[in-house]
Design a protein around this ligand. Structure first.
Ligand SMILES: [Zn+2]
Ligand SMILES: [Zn+2]
Length: 84
């Protein structure tokens, strides 16, 4: 996959996520979280949209099947590892 530059923070990454609300392509650091409403769908919200209460409410209303949190402290950690 080609290296792309995040429009929000300028981070160069090969792993971009599209925000489902502002449609920007962002790096994982700028994506707050992602949900999978169904097996084929994937919905992500960026930190900018997360900070807007109206958008956050919309995101929270999406049925939660699978959620991935992208907190900076978890970045790069092996999947499924918990802090506690
Ligand atoms: Zn970024
Ligand atoms: Zn957004």
């Amino acid at each position: 996959m080609a290296i792309q530059v995040c429009v929000r923070c300028g981070e160069k990454t090969a792993k971009m996520e599209a925000c489902g609300y502002c449609s920007r392509m962002l790096c994982r650091n700028c994506v707050k979280s992602c949900r999978k409403p169904s097996r084929t769908e994937r919905l992500c919200i960026c930190k900018d949209c997360w900070s807007k209460m109206a958008t956050r409410k919309k995101y929270k209303a999406v049925e939660k099947k699978v959620e991935e949190e992208f907190e900076p402290r978890d970045f790069g950690r092996p999947r499924g590892r918990r802090r506690f």
